[in-house]
Design a protein. Sequence first.
Length: 127
Amino acid sequence: MSDTIKHHEQKFERKQRLLLPSDYKFVFNQSMRSSDKLLTILAKKNAHKNHPRLGLTVAKKSVKTAVHRNRIKRLSREFFRLNKNTISCADYVILVRKGIDQMSNETIVQSLSKQFNYLRKQLNKNK
RNA sequence: AGAGUUAACCGAGGCAGUCGCUGUUUUAAUGCAUUUUGCAUUAAAAGGGAGGAAAGUCCGGGCUCCAUAGGGUAAGGUGCCAGAUAACGUCUGGGGGGAGUGAUCCCACGGCCAGUGCAACAGAAAGUAAACCGCCUUAUUGCAUUCGUGUGAUUUGGUAAGGGUGAAAGGGUGCGGUAAGAGCGCACCGCGUUAAUGGUAACAUUAGCGGCAUGGUAAACCCCACCUGGAGCAAGACCAAAUAGGGGAGCAGUGUUUAGAGCACAGAUGUGACCCACAUCGUUCCCGGGUAGGUUGCUUGAGGCAGAUGGCGACAUCUGUCCUAGAUGAAUGACUGUCCAUGACAGAACCCGGCUUAAUGGUUAACUCUAUUU
């Protein structure tokens, strides 16, 4: 029984993504941000939702080939899925900078975990 | 064995495990509508899930909407011939030219005797050719002389064989010829032209004739022949919240009235400190257009595979068999273990046929050259 609950928790469903352009606009307006050389993460609390939601923006400008764009998106989603329980309840948008396509999967994941940690502290403070 | 040519095929390196994503099918549960059942949500199981270039968007076609009697012009494209095809700038076969010892590969390969234009520098002269040096020659004359002539200067003409310039000097080579030369004559080659033969044709071969006329450049304008209507799946079709506005119908506070209409009064909001005043304002339902959003288009197709028949071949016809991604902020991934030859370029977005570009390894087949052995 406890196993099935665990499985359920590791899923990444549609309602956990940002789907509409208006959702993205909501996050871009006056959000909290954390950034380093590779990534910028925007976060904003959403009163109507009781689970975190993720959106990705990988511009063709910053990452040229589609293969690398897909890789970065997949990595980000995978990280979000696996660490959902530690991430505070809010809407997030991950923005990507030039040069990230040169990095290995490990370094990208490290960057993600650092920044989500930082954002969690900030969001808790504001409570 | 080495080097090479052509063609076909494979290629998130393979295997195992854990956790995910996204369609499909089946089953179950719940909800709604209901004649069978259908739709939606959730769960479980089974099975499917990027490429040879998916790329560039350079051509061609299907499909969709708009336009369209027919013809012409403009603009753009194609350019040896014949065929294949839905069509093509693709492919096949053939002709011509070029590269390579060869297998084989490469070619924008119509027309400059319709017109217009362009070509630096050099050079005497560059497209109705031209005499700088040289060669030959006429006349006068100097010098030498073995008295035959030789040699120099000026001069009259001839000459495109030689030198020099140039990307290119107005057919080439050889012999004859000549004062020296010259298609001046001849032979061969080239070119032009006529005929015959072969071929559907491009073209080839043979024979005759011409003494050479027609320099290059058309990815220069241009001429000739042929082809092309425009926009694209964000095409297009359907459903359709909220707000504002449009059309239609009903209903509407209090008083007056039998009732309605009408009239009067009241009400709400704004301006304002407030009053007066001024300005604005019913409400419910339906209809049509239509935004956000959703559904569809969306994968069964000029399809793949096998066989037979026709064709040199591209390909066509017939029979059998198979269904093999369909996302929509956009699925095909992450981690761990293990093995090896340590893994390139790179990610579907309506669908096909090509081309081009990117990049790397392997397998197979046929053929060529070189070396060795027999």
